[in-house]
Design a binder for this molecule. Structure first.
Ligand code: PEP
Ligand code: MG
Length: 890
């Protein structure tokens, strides 16, 4: 076994290198602060590896470890001049957890260890303060009993409250030494009554049991939940830090506090923190006394009468400020520090990179570049890409209480409040009256699109992250929660039932938090998005650093405009089917689908042509010479079919045929598994006139937009769901023939590429053959994930969360690319495609194109671009930059 225990203190630390994986965050940074010569109480760190060993040994500490700890303690004794368990100058210890990733409050800690009936006397004598010693002893018993012996802290608090009541005392600070001594007796008796054992008097027994308890806390329920939520591996384990105690509760020249080296909510460069005089660390957290501001500026801002640390202990404050500045320079990042002042002597107890809001993260990163502390690329890597959502959408004020009535998958970020409506029509009507609505459906279909546009947010009880509702809402940038399986929608009675039987009716107010997936009853305070100048600067640096292009998935002029404002460099996917649902178009579309023969179909297509052409012209004009990828019609036709009697009557009237006849036609084209049925290029092969109409609309629109803007669009036509080269050959033949016709008619020749979606495993495997025809590849990872796993993308939400909970998969493969399976298919396709055409352009247009981990994968697979919904464009620009930087530095 490698070295188990590392020592630090007195301006030195064992081992030199700071290894967070080995020593945990707290241990590594204590060692680093010690090496920098900062005042750190001496101590030792038991490595994270020992945690694993501890569990392997049936939760026992091995003798070698104990021997190493005792050797380390000798050094601590020498450094402090105190003896652990000594009847004079006793050394007291803190035993703290410290894992590799920060897990605030999840793991256990024991303070004041080493006190017993004898050492408490010596401590009191040493400090010249018996009251302090007995107070420390009762704190120790309380904490030790809770963490090591498993007795609830509250039963001790009850005893203390009773005792204070009996003595007529208000505050803990009002109790005398004798009174605390009596509380200690009461506590010890309580332990005996509850557990039938006495409080251990041997400091070494205390130490071994406390270390074991801290290791064990790695597997307590709250820590396990926290790790699941934050994707922290079980295998990491925690380190344990055993350190000499310093006391902030030794009178008015002592204090304890926490601080950030810059303001963590605004990023402003100003020391920011709180402290309590004459207190131990847990008093600050417990909130019994109101902490005081560290700086005078902070005190004035909070309107507090209580003196700041700056005023109260100016010299110590000055030293503390200098240390903070030094730590920032050293770590080149905002630090979150803990400190204690013991009778005027400052001790640093912890430093780590401070958590901050996205706004603060931006400001700190930009300021640090300007201060010459970090480079532009380092600044780019400081921002967590998904956190940009906080800047682009309204979010729920973090200070408000949430009355949660359900939850689902966080499909589209941001939060919105409104009245519940249950149909698209209700949404449209309410919006027309100026009301804000939340559209609640079991699932949405393309027919709901007008209602989705009218709604502030969308909630569905079914569907996964690539379901219709999720994809469309992300495209529109409105909040959406899908797959809220714990909620019930009763469409007939227009009721929404949440957890605990809370039932809401149409018109009741709910709030949807699309960032967390929570559904809240009523309205809550929101924070509005704010794009500061720092955002612009960071994005410029990100753009300088990245290699891949970032395009957008956009089907409407509104999508295209917002995507351009977010910096999209083209359209990577225009799903033309979404253009067929508005107003009168759906009628013509239904006529086309239900037509009995080619002549009738062509007649209906004639009606659609001008509508498609004008849509494309607008898109091309907005994109002004940037690349635009238009995909031919893809989805199964049943999605467009009339469902209600009234809809069937409408279509029958328009087509001049009896409704019963039409109903039979609808039956005839019914499919058992439409996702794997008559869709994608299969439609263009069965009905080439559809592809002809679309190709004509595209070319005519391109000619018109080029005339209007003077910038010819960089046109790419995309054929969906290809698995055979012959399919692509056939459809390309149709497109090319129309091109020749239109170029002849208009006398304008437009350059274009014809490419294919790679979204079926066969296409990926046969990519070298398909690349003989294809002029570009666009990876459709939604369908590729669906067909590789054989998991329906619309039904995944019913069991994927269970898979995650049971540890069968780590993340939803429809959200973040499955590198091992789907990813390997992408690599195979990219490699084989390039073998045939070395310069073959390749991008990704599935929902993964906006997911940072998947974007890293695309960088490593050498794709040329990623394409994502408009509101994810900034996230993708940043993630693509980070991926490029990481690859360069690898
Ligand atoms: C895909 O399958 O990844 C894709 C982009 O197409 P769609 O989501 O429209 O099926
Ligand atoms: Mg697809």
């Amino acid at each position: 076994m490698a070295k188990r225990v590392y020592w630090f203190g007195g301006g030195k630390a064992d081992g030199g290198a700071v290894d967070v994986a080995l020593l945990g965050g707290k241990g590594a940074h204590l060692a680093e602060m010690a090496s920098l010569g900062l005042p750190v109480p001496p101590g030792l760190t038991i490595t994270c590896d020992c945690c694993e060993e501890f569990f392997r040994n049936d939760r026992k500490l091995c003798d070698d470890l104990k021997a190493d700890v005792l050797a380390g303690l000798k050094a601590v004794e020498q450094e402090t001049g105190r003896i652990f368990g000594g009847s004079e100058s006793p050394l007291l210890l803190s035993v703290r957890s410290g894992s590799r990733a920060s897990m605030p409050g999840m793991l256990d800690t024991v303070l004041n260890l080493g006190l017993n009936d004898e050492t408490v006397q010596a401590l009191g004598h040493d400090a010249g303060d018996a009251r302090f010693a007995w107070d420390s002893y009762r704190r120790f018993i309380q904490m030790y009993a809770d963490v090591v012996m498993g007795l609830d802290n509250e039963i001790f608090e009850e005893v203390l409250e009773d005792e204070k009541g009996r003595l007529g005392r208000q505050n803990d600070t009002d109790l005398s030494a004798v009174e605390w001594q009596h509380v200690v007796d009461l506590y010890k008796r309580l332990i005996e009554d509850e557990l039938d054992e006495s409080f251990p008097q041997d400091p070494h027994v205390q130490l071994w049991k406390a270390i074991a308890a801290v290791f064990s806390s790695w597997h307590n329920a709250r820590a396990v939940t926290y790790r699941t939520l934050h994707r922290i591996p079980e295998t990491w384990g925690t380190a344990v830090n055993v350190q000499a105690m310093v006391f902030g509760n030794l009178g008015s020249t002592s204090a304890t506090g926490v601080a950030f080296t810059r303001n963590p909510s605004t990023g402003e460069k100003a020391l920011y923190g709180e402290f309590l005089a004459n207190a131990q660390g847990e008093d600050v957290v417990a909130g019994i006394r109101t902490p005081q501001s560290i700086t005078e500026e902070g005190r004035l801002a909070s309107g507090s009468e209580k003196p700041s640390m700056e005023k109260l202990m100016p010299e110590t404050f000055q030293e503390f400020r200098e240390i903070c500045e030094r730590l920032e320079r050293h770590y080149q990042d905002l630090q979150d520090v803990e400190f204690t002042v013991e009778r005027g002597k400052l001790w640093m107890l912890q430093t780590r990179n401070g958590k901050r809001t996205t706004k603060a993260a931006m400001r700190v990163a930009v300021d640090m570049v300007e201060e010459g502390l970090i480079t532009e690329e380092q600044a780019v890597c400081r921002i967590d890409p998904p956190s940009l959502d906080q800047l682009l959408h309204p979010t729920i004020d973090p200070r408000v209480e949430r009355h949660q009535i359900g939850s689902g998958l966080p499909a589209s970020p941001g939060a919105a409040t409104g009245e519940i409506v249950f149909t698209a029509e209700q949404a449209v009507d309410a919006e027309a009256e100026g009301r804000r609505v939340i559209l609640v459906r079991i699932e949405t279909s393309p027919e709901d699109i007008h209602g989705m546009h009218a709604a502030e947010a969308i909630l569905t009880t079914r569907g996964g992250m690539t379901s219709h509702a999720a994809v469309v809402a992300r495209g529109m940038g409105i909040p959406c929660v899908v797959g809220a399986g714990s909620m019930r929608v009763d469409l007939r009675n227009e009721l929404l039932t949440g957890v605990g039987g809370v039932t809401l009716k149409k018109g009741d107010i709910v709030t949807i938090d699309g960032s967390s997936g929570q559904i809240l009853k009523g309205s809550v305070a929101m924070q509005q998005p704010e794009l500061s100048g720092d955002f612009g600067k960071l994005m410029t640096w990100a753009d300088k650093a990245r290699r891949m292009q970032v395009r957008t998935n956009a089907d409407t002029p509104q999508d295209a405009r917002s995507a351009r404002s977010f910096g999209a460099e083209g359209i990577g996917l225009c799903r033309t089917e979404h253009m067929f649902f508005e107003g009168e178009r759906i009628l013509a579309m239904r006529e086309m689908i239900l037509a009995e023969d080619e002549t009738a179909r062509r007649a209906a297509l004639e009606k659609l042509l001008p509508l498609q052409r004008s849509d494309f012209t607008e898109l091309f004009t907005i994109m002004h010479g940037l690349p635009v990828t238009i995909r031919l019609l893809d989805p199964p036709l049943h999605e467009f079919l009339p469902k209600t009697e009234a809809e069937i009557d409408d279509v029958a009237r328009a087509m001049g045929m009896p409704p019963a006849f039409l109903a039979r036609r609808i039956d005839a084209i019914h499919e058992f598994n439409p996702m794997l049925g008559h869709r994608g290029c299969r439609l263009a092969i069965s009905y080439p006139e559809i592809a002809e109409m679309q190709a004509r609309a595209i070319f005519e629109a391109a000619a018109e937009a080029a005339r209007e803007t003077g910038e010819p669009v960089e046109l790419e036509i995309l054929v969906p769901l290809v698995s055979l080269r012959a399919e692509l050959d056939y459809v390309k033949g149709v497109i090319d023939a129309v091109a020749v016709e239109v170029f002849g008619e208009t006398d304008v020749k437009i350059g274009y590429l014809t490419g294919t979606m790679i979204e079926l495993p066969r296409a990926a495997i046969r990519a070298h053959v398909i690349a003989e025809t294809a002029e570009f590849f666009s990876f459709g990872t939604n369908d590729l994930t669906q067909t590789t796993f054989g998991i329906s993308r619309d039904d995944a939400a019913t069991f994927i969360p269970t898979y995650q909970r049971k540890g069968i998969i780590e993340h939803d493969p429809f959200v973040s690319l499955d590198f091992d399976g789907v990813g390997e298919l992408i690599q195979i396709a990219a490699e084989r495609g390039r073998k045939t055409k070395p310069d073959l352009k390749m991008g990704i247009c599935g929902e993964h194109g906006g997911d940072p981990a998947s974007i890293h994968f695309c960088e490593n697979a050498d794709l040329d671009y990623v394409s994502c919904s408009p509101f994810r464009v900034p996230v993708a620009r940043l993630a693509a930059a980070q991926a490029a930087i990481a690859k360069r530095n690898a």
